[in-house]
Design a protein around this ligand. Structure first.
Ligand code: ATR
Length: 275
């Protein structure tokens, strides 16, 4: 379906963060608006002052926001309501403007769950999560919600303990004997330019049936190569990125997201970016 051209009815959406100039979200959401015939546009706002940005959302009646680093925690103080999962995770990545009331959601946990569910069940599965930072908080929340048995392994064991205890998970350092059915890397280890880095030794990756990396630059991290070579199913970081955006689109519009169109836009955006 063709979208109407920009006119007096067009609604504005966008992403706030710093930096955001390389964000792939505008490509995905504008393609989805076009495909569904929604009269809306989505822009990237490089912004440092989250309070001013949210005042702008209210003042201009902006339809909704994606929120990224470094504003996912700070934005919560400027909303009328934060949904229980987002509150428990301690981060909001989505703002929905419902008739002037700003609602905060977190779709990162949904993205992680959907990305894994494309290839495996989660209920009762033992999942090892590498890392205990902001991304890990959403991943562990999603996995717990989906009924998985979670173990958090982190370089700083104290951070692993804190996160694990919040979700009744177990914890250890990265050098413990890690075992399970599914492995998820939420650390930045392996991200360009340090593409040779790997968060755990390759033989550890080979012990799992499914390995997901949330790093998507490069698309195939050394961890995923090791997993694939050992016969595991490898899930790259684009799947979570895609599915968190799918959930955002659905929260904003109430329409089913055109997943394949968004996936294509994501791939095209990545190519344009030279990623
Ligand atoms: P994000 O919000 O992207 O998750 P973060 O909160 O800074 O970012 O967390 C980064 C995660 O990557 C942490 O778990 C961090 O481990 P520590 O808690 O020990 O700092 C992990 N990490 C980053 N660099 C690492 C490295 N070189 N080796 C192992 N873990 C690393």
């Amino acid at each position: 379906m063709g979208a109407p051209s920009i006119d007096a009815q067009t609604r504005l959406y966008g992403i706030i963060g710093h930096p955001v100039r390389h964000s792939l979200s505008p490509a995905m959401h504008n393609a989805a608006f076009r495909e569904r015939g929604v009269n809306a546009v989505y822009l990237a706002f490089d912004c440092r002052d989250v309070a001013a940005a949210l005042a702008g959302v209210r003042g201009l009646g902006i339809g909704g926001l994606s929120v990224t680093i470094p504003h996912k925690e700070a934005v919560m103080a400027h909303l009328d309501e934060v949904d229980p999962m987002a509150r428990r995770i301690g981060a909001v990545n989505t703002v929905v403007n419902r008739d002037g009331r700003l609602l905060g959601l977190n779709t990162d946990w949904i993205g992680a769950v959907k990305a894994l569910e494309e290839v495996t069940g989660l209920r009762g599965r033992r999942v090892v999560v590498l890392g205990a930072g902001g991304s890990a908080r959403a991943v562990v929340a999603g996995l717990s919600q989906a009924g998985a048995e979670v173990h958090v392994a982190n370089r700083t064991v104290e951070r692993a303990r804190e996160l694990a205890q919040a979700w009744r998970a177990t914890w250890s350092g990265l050098d413990a004997p890690l075992q399970g059915e599914i492995l998820v890397n939420t650390t930045s280890v392996g991200m360009a330019p340090a593409v040779e880095a790997i968060p755990v030794p390759p033989q550890v990756a080979g012990r799992f049936g499914v390995v997901m990396d949330i790093v998507y630059s490069p698309l195939e991290t050394r961890l995923l190569t090791a997993a694939r070579e050992a016969g595991a199913v490898a899930v790259n970081g684009l799947r979570m990125l895609l599915h968190q955006a799918v959930a955002q689109f659905e929260a904003w519009t109430g329409l089913p997201a055109p997943v394949e169109v968004m996936e294509q836009a994501l791939m095209d955006g990545l190519k344009r970016r030279g990623g």
